[in-house]
Design a protein around this ligand. Structure first.
Ligand code: ATP
Length: 479
């Protein structure tokens, strides 16, 4: 069936898009918040800046998203993506800075994207404006399977829009709420925690301190793997990767040659402890330092609350809270009010309590205790970063370099895992050159068809006046 060339919402959704020029109005009703995307030609030509992701080395540059983007750019008069090239499908959610829409490129529905639309006129403070820039800057640096790719930044009129990966499986917070007792079984916790750990490790290696880890910000891709989102609270510092030597004691049995020599007088195998020194690669921003108190109350590290300055250790603290929440459905220092929660976190008397003592999660509990150490100097991860956490018994048996190939926990209620058409890591499933050409040709034809029906006219860019009414958004508010 030919795809109609206009915006349309899912019919069972409480939203509407209205075009004042074409007078197309779609199902509208009792939404509680609204957004108007209005453009006019003069503004959009004079101030339109479209920057592609700077990530030219993106490990997924051969996937259908990049192919779609490439085709669209080829057909665009100035070689860049504009809002008029995008077709909004539905509203996905509203955050602190703006709204997020599901969209695809007009005339090419093969690749879906999320579009974060920030209306700069609604950003009342310089702080918010700088958060937008932080988010855009950080996104442009990322190239990792568990982090979103920025396909394009579009600055048009008073909007800044970020075109990123769409994660259709919702977020971990909603997933936990679908489980019996709001708790995930230990194996899925291991899976999600390991992927988040690897994503944090990558961010830290780039000198980025995330500062907003919570299940709401861990989105789930179509294939069930994680994708961290929301980078407006990050801060970036320099990181100096180093080799550090580390001593550790290993229990070994005596060597075969030694055993042979001693076999005359010794029958039993002797165990002995050996101290080994290994060189480890560390890329943790250990000198990162910030004084701003940002984040979500229940996830704030004590040093963030005391405002004496903090570094990347705040992410390892949050990782401990995150593990606790996945396992127990609540956070460990939560009080009756936000103030009480902050007091519980800051007070040295309040330590982490486990209400459930099942043997299954013994190692997870030990890891959580080591992460939720109030003094960041003694906290696991703060000296050498993720390396130390990966080595904890909770993650025993995980082959870290292969983690992106692990099968997501399909048994988790509410997680619909679609088999990926591409393997992670840039290895696209074998596609013959002929098929590739055909796909590209189809995409070009679709785009041309789309262009002729909407893109050719001069008043195209001022003909978009989309009034949107969507649902309001409730979350654990940040500080
Ligand atoms: N890439 C995406 N794929 C699918 N849904 C997304 C995507 N990005 C965001 N969303 C949805 O849109 C909502 C708003 O996201 P956004 O990143 O703007 O802010 P947030 O994380 O919810 O809130 P805040 O920035 O205030 O902490 C999210 O809650 C999520 O449900």
């Amino acid at each position: 069936m030919e795809e109609e060339d206009f915006y349309f919402p899912d019919t069972d959704l409480d939203l509407s898009f209205t075009s004042t020029v074409t007078d197309r109005t779609f199902a509208s009703s009792s939404g509680r918040s609204s957004l108007t995307l209005s453009f006019n030609d003069r503004l959009s030509t004079s101030s339109a800046i479209t920057t592609s992701s700077t990530s030219t080395v993106n490990h997924r540059r051969q996937d259908p998203h990049w192919s779609a983007i490439k085709s669209a750019k080829l057909l665009s008069s100035d070689g860049t993506i504009h809002l008029r090239h995008l077709k909004l499908i539905r509203h996905l959610g509203t955050g602190n800075l703006g709204r997020v829409f599901l969209c695809n490129l007009r005339g090419d529905s093969s690749a879906r994207f999320a579009l974060k639309v920030i209306d700069r006129n609604n950003l009342t403070t310089a702080k918010k404006l700088s958060q937008v820039e932080t988010e855009a800057e950080i996104l442009s640096l990322l190239d990792h399977p568990f982090l979103p790719t920025l396909y394009a930044r579009i600055d048009e009129s008073h909007y800044t829009c970020l075109l990123i990966d769409y994660a259709p499986n919702g977020d971990l917070h909603s997933l936990i709420r679908k489980q019996p007792g709001n708790r995930l079984p230990i194996q899925p916790v291991r899976f999600f925690a390991a992927e988040v750990l690897v994503a944090l490790e990558y961010l830290h290696a780039m000198g980025i301190v995330y500062r907003d880890l919570k299940p709401e910000n861990v989105l789930l891709r179509e294939d069930g793997h994680v994708m961290l989102s929301d980078f407006d609270l990050c801060f970036k510092s320099d990181v100096v990767p180093t080799f550090k030597s580390r001593r550790y004691r290993r229990t070994c049995s005596s060597s075969p040659s030694l055993r042979r020599r001693k076999s005359g007088c010794f029958s039993g195998e002797k165990k002995y402890e050996r101290e080994e020194i290994v060189a480890e690669f560390t890329a943790e921003p250990v000198s990162a330092f910030s004084r701003s108190c940002v984040g979500t109350h229940e996830y704030l590290a004590p040093e963030l609350i005391s405002v004496n300055g903090h570094g990347s250790g705040v992410d390892w603290w949050a990782f401990g809270i995150f593990l606790y929440e996945l396992l127990y459905g609540t956070t460990p220092f939560k009080g009756g009010s936000k103030e009480q929660t902050l007091r519980n976190i800051a007070s040295s008397d309040k330590t982490v309590n486990f209400h459930v003592d099942d043997s299954d999660s013994e190692e997870a509990r030990d890891l959580i205790e080591k992460l939720l150490v109030k003094d960041p100097r003694k906290r696991l991860g703060c000296a050498r970063g993720a390396q130390d956490i990966k080595r904890h018994a909770f993650f025993d048996g995980i082959k870290w370099p292969l983690i992106r190939h692990y099968k997501p926990p399909e048994e988790v209620r509410g997680l619909v895992v679609k088999k990926s058409t591409r393997a992670h890591g840039g290895h696209v499933i074998a596609v013959s050159p002929r098929l590739k050409k055909w796909v590209l040709w189809r995409a070009l034809c679709n785009l041309l068809r789309g262009k002729s029906s909407y893109g050719g006219s001069k008043n195209q860019s001022n003909s978009n006046y989309y009034h949107y009414i969507g649902k309001s958004y409730a979350s654990r508010k940040r500080v």
